[in-house]
Design a protein. Structure first.
Lengths: 429, 154
């Protein structure tokens, strides 16, 4: 393929920051995929098989194979109905700012992805669940949905195909936990966003008790391109063992914080040094969280690991959302960990005891260390709490997500924690 | 009493959901958009309109941080205090805001102009520190820029 095709998600975006409207999206090749499908080019099963063959994995952070998720939805005349397709646009993972770009700059790409996904799972209704603070995205998505209805890419009997789909934008009332897929479904039902116990999984018992697929914005944005160019093309975009491109971001004290669409599997070192320009003058790299606050720290020795779902576990971490947060030598690792534990504690839905109780305790221990009140045994107490957050002890991934940075901070920056206790102060203050 | 306009907006949302109570969060937000916050009276009226108990609706209203069950100022400042903004110095921004406005977190200025609230990551990490005033995002903040931006909100 030509070089220009290597950034399928972002290459049509306008440099002035405005959104592609429907005519511009179509001119760039948009809505060709759904046209081809609905003209009889592909059955729902064929679409799912193509996405499976492309090895598309969920860009929300978990990396679950998208086509496989779709294939679990019961279809056929005995299947429960209606079936729902939900777009998770509740981007709230600290350090993550990738879906904002896709929503604000190319809303039709997300919408076309949702229509194709809905066709594949034979859904009747679709919702975009958008966080309340993304006001510009809300405006642009709402306008794009209206444009799509006008051109009959949405609504009854789409393009004369017999396939109908309604798509509605729900703007959230807030809270991080809505990003958990079952918490999100409860919020869409107008309830508190407490995550649900699984199984049953949403693909079988989801929104209003009906089969539901929840997919992330970036995941769905890949789908039209997979249909347009085929699974082998998509697989070849990736550099390591995973497929496609990825929106990688860097925040923290680097020369050029930002967001770039790069081959999936680009190394952290390349992203950090070539794209983000390396560390700011006068500060040194100490470690990074590869994909948001819920991913384990990696350090210098791991920087050449391909940043993808398959290979990051070798470095003891996860890809997560692919937007990394960099820790430098002028920033206190204990303070940084305290900040994240405060976040998780504040955003716990309050349902599972290891989460709501443990996070508050851990936050207070870390705060006391920062204030020079750390005690011998604190590190053991922190480690034992983190063990209580192992998967299986809570309904959702919030507490396990908190354990990851805490456990790895204790591992890689242990000296710094011990210095806080020994010196009765934060050495950075 | 809900106004005809509020009821109309709630009903327009309700057509998109199979159950009336599913629209509860939208209804709270609609009333808040008109009145600034959700009072006990508004809560009772919305609950009645949707056929829910006021207790159920209050458990929902108090769960979501963008729904205000207490009066707020004309402009709500939500400043990000999550990790990327923390690394980039959001504690200084918080101190500056508190000093300038003379209020603590969760409080409203006596002239009712601003309410100050912390919030989780605003998805603006490459331009940290960041805050929102109402629906507007402000990024790459320093104390001088904070002062300049706040002047725009009367």
């Amino acid at each position: 393929m030509t070089g220009i095709a290597e950034k399928p998600l972002t290459r049509n975006m306008r440099p002035d920051g405005s959104a592609l409207d429907l005519p511009a999206y179509q001119k760039a090749g948009g809505y060709q995929a759904i046209r081809r499908i609905l003209n009889g080019g592909m059955t729902p099963k064929a679409v799912t098989e193509e996405v499976k063959a492309a090895n598309l994995r969920g860009r929300g952070g978990a990396g679950f194979p998208t086509g496989l998720k779709w294939s679990f939805v019961p279809v056929g005349k005995d299947a429960p109905n209606p079936t729902y397709m939900v777009v998770n646009a509740d981007e709230m993972e600290p350090g993550t700012f990738k879906d904002r770009l896709l929503l604000e700059r190319d809303p039709h790409q997300v919408i076309e992805g949702a229509i194709i996904a809905a066709f594949a799972i034979e859904a009747d209704f679709s919702y975009i669940f958008l966080r309340g603070e993304y006001t510009l995205a809300a405006e642009r998505i709402a306008r794009a949905i209206a444009e799509s209805y006008e051109r009959n890419y949405l609504g009854k009997n789409i393009l004369g195909s017999g396939f109908s789909l309604d798509l509605h934008l729900h703007v959230s009332g807030g809270r991080y936990i809505c990003g958990d897929e079952t918490g999100l479904l409860n919020a869409l039902e107008g309830k508190r966003a407490n995550p649900r116990a699984k199984p049953p999984f949403p693909v079988v018992v989801g929104l209003f008790g009906k089969p539901t697929v929840v997919n992330n914005v970036e995941t769905l944005s890949c789908v039209p391109h997979i249909i347009d160019h085929g699974a082998p093309w998509f697989r070849d975009l990736g550099r390591g063992k995973d497929a496609g491109t990825k929106l990688y971001g860097v925040s923290g004290k680097v020369k050029r914080p930002g967001l770039w669409e790069l081959p999936m599997g680009t190394t952290a070192r390349e992203i950090l040094e070539e794209h983000a320009g390396g560390m700011k003058d006068g500060v040194k790299f100490r470690g990074l969280l590869p994909g948001g606050s819920s991913t384990p720290f990696i350090v210098e020795q791991h920087l050449d690991t391909p940043m993808n779902f398959t290979e990051m576990p070798k470095a003891g971490s996860r890809l997560g959302t692919g937007t990394m947060i960099v820790l430098d030598d002028h920033t206190c690792p204990v303070g940084m960990t305290w900040n994240m534990m405060r976040f998780f504690g504040r955003e716990s839905c309050g349902f599972c005891t290891p989460c709501w109780s443990g996070l508050g305790w851990v936050e207070r221990i870390l705060k006391s260390m920062e204030d020079g009140q750390g005690k011998p045994g604190d590190l053991e107490r922190l480690a034992s709490q983190a063990n209580m957050w192992n998967p299986g002890n809570t309904f959702c991934a919030l507490a396990p997500g908190a354990a990851d940075p805490l456990q790895t901070a204790l591992k890689y920056f242990r000296d710094d924690f011990e210095r806080h206790i020994r010196q009765h102060r934060c050495p950075w203050r | 009493m809900l106004t005809a306009e509020e009821i109309n907006e709630i009903e327009q949302e309700a057509v998109h959901y199979p159950r009336r109570d599913a629209v509860s969060i939208d209804a709270l937000k609609i009333v808040q958009r008109h009145r600034g916050w959700v009072s006990d009276e508004s809560l009772n009226d919305i609950a009645g309109h949707l056929g829910m108990s006021a207790t159920d609706l209050d458990s929902i209203a108090t769960f979501y941080n963008l729904i205000f069950r207490r009066p707020v100022g004309r402009h709500v400042i939500t400043f990000c205090d999550s990790v990327s903004c923390w690394i980039m110095g959001c504690e200084n921004i918080r101190e500056h805001l508190q000093e300038r406005l003379g209020i603590g977190l969760g409080e409203t200025t006596p002239d009712n102009r601003f309410t100050l609230l912390p919030t989780v990551c605003l998805g603006c990490c490459d331009h940290a520190p960041a805050m929102m005033v109402g629906g507007d995002l402000h990024s790459d903040l320093d104390p001088v820029k904070v002062d300049r931006e706040l002047e725009k909100y009367k």
